[in-house]
Ligand binder design. Structure first.
Ligand code: CTP
Ligand code: MG
Length: 380
């Protein structure tokens, strides 16, 4: 046994129940086809080879998604059973994990547990305990009550020794199964269950793609935003940057306090949340914001972002100025950002530099700041 691990990702379905009029795995989920997120989960060093099943119609699009990962695409069949059977002939690992392309939320720990279980016990199938009361019956009548403690809902990934599952599939003939653990169970042995995850849901209906799906709100999909601001030097003897008052032979001309860093941070957060920019929330024509403390405005932005359903992930700032010297003030700037954004200090960074006498910053005409932030969806 060479210990090589292959993965088959099933993506050759039609996604009829989702009703997108095309394979649901090519429908967008967080800005990319749903399948992209699943593929990404398997691009890890513990996995040596990945084969993705595709229908003839989707072959071009799925190949384009697989190319950056170096995954191969193999022709699927009319049923999932047929798709897996074809793919089993195209892989070379001793161990194979079979996974539904429709489960993009799978956690790395489950993938690794699955591999370990195959190494130790010959199989490993992700499953979760039943939590509802379970009965046999038909609508209108319960015919038997079941012991839910011995009932499980079976998920993927499902891992096996390749030679075993290949043998099981060849013995299965033309019989159609909904998953691989049943094929293995019929012809090899009862498969070993490992603990799956409630979040590892299978995208089946259109609503599963919407943000009401708790799995989608799991915070796994961060949103990024960018912000920039510039203010020009004028009369004065100090500048305010990230809330720190720093002595300078000039001041910054602005309607507010001219804090370019806080302004860039605000725009970055609003942008990450898909909201309008600071000019919309705090117009520089409004007397209300004349000389405004930008720290207070940033606090309002954080409340707005929270109300939109997001929480801050991290803040990364770069400020460019020929003067004043900023290095001695960076720690205080980080402290202010951390307090206002509600983040640990390690999640707030400020870098400062000059422009080597090039451009308007380099000529000492003003100060520029750029900021990138991430947001996570708030989970209830
Ligand atoms: N699958 C496959 N080959 C098929 C049918 C399904 O590889 N002939 C894959 C699907 O792409 C999906 C997984 O198997 O990732 C689980 O199937 P399911 O959730 O039923 O997806 P679809 O068959 O595409 O959806 P539907 O049943 O609603 O048409
Ligand atoms: Mg199906």
């Amino acid at each position: 046994m060479n210990g090589k691990v292959s993965v088959i990702i099933c993506a050759a379905g039609k996604g009829e129940r989702a009703g997108f009029g095309k394979n649901k795995l090519l429908a967008p989920l967080y800005g990319a086809p749903a399948l992209y997120h699943t593929l990404k989960k398997f691009a890890i060093p513990e996995i040596d080879e990945v084969a993705v099943t595709s229908s003839k119609e989707d072959f071009k699009e799925i190949s384009a998604l697989c190319k950056p990962f170096g995954f191969k695409v193999v022709r699927g069949g009319k049923t999932r059973t047929e798709s897996v059977k074809n793919a089993l002939n195209e892989i070379s690992g001793d161990i194979v994990l079979i996974h539904d392309g429709a489960r993009p939320f799978v956690q790395k720990s489950i993938i690794l547990d699955c591999i370990d279980s195959v190494k130790k016990f010959g199989s490993g199938v992700a499953a979760i305990k039943f939590t509802d009361t379970a009965v046999f019956g038909r609508l209108g009548e319960i015919t038997e009550r079941l012991d839910r403690d011995s009932l499980f809902r079976v998920q993927t990934p499902q891992g096996f020794l390749t030679e075993d599952i290949r043998r099981a599939y060849s013995l299965a003939g033309d019989k159609v199964y909904t998953d691989d653990s049943a094929v293995y169970g019929d012809f090899i042995a009862p498969p070993r269950l490992i603990e799956g995850d409630e979040g590892n849901v299978k995208l089946t209906y259109k609503t599963d793609f919407k943000s009401e799906n708790p799995a989608i709100c799991c915070g796994e999909f961060d949103r990024a935003g960018i912000g920039a601001d510039v203010h020009c030097f004028g009369e004065g003897n100090f500048v305010t940057l990230a809330g720190v008052r720093i002595a300078c032979d000039k001041g910054l001309i602005a309607h507010s306090d001219g804090d370019v860093i806080f302004h860039a941070v605000m725009d970055a957060f609003l942008s990450a949340a898909g909201l309008k920019d600071i000019g919309h929330y705090f117009p520089d024509t409004s007397p209300e914001f004349a000389g405004a403390d930008s720290g207070k405005l940033l606090l309002k932005v954080m409340e707005t972002v929270k109300a939109a359903g997001y929480t801050a992930g991290n803040v990364s700032v770069t400020v460019q100025a020929e003067k004043p010297k900023l290095a001695p003030h960076i720690d205080e700037m980080v402290e202010n950002l951390s307090k206002i954004c509600g983040l640990p200090k390690e999640s707030c960074a400020v870098a400062a530099g000059t422009c080597e006498h090039l451009g308007f910053v380099g000529e000492g005409l003003g100060i520029a700041a750029y900021c990138v932030v991430t947001l996570k969806k708030i989970t209830n």
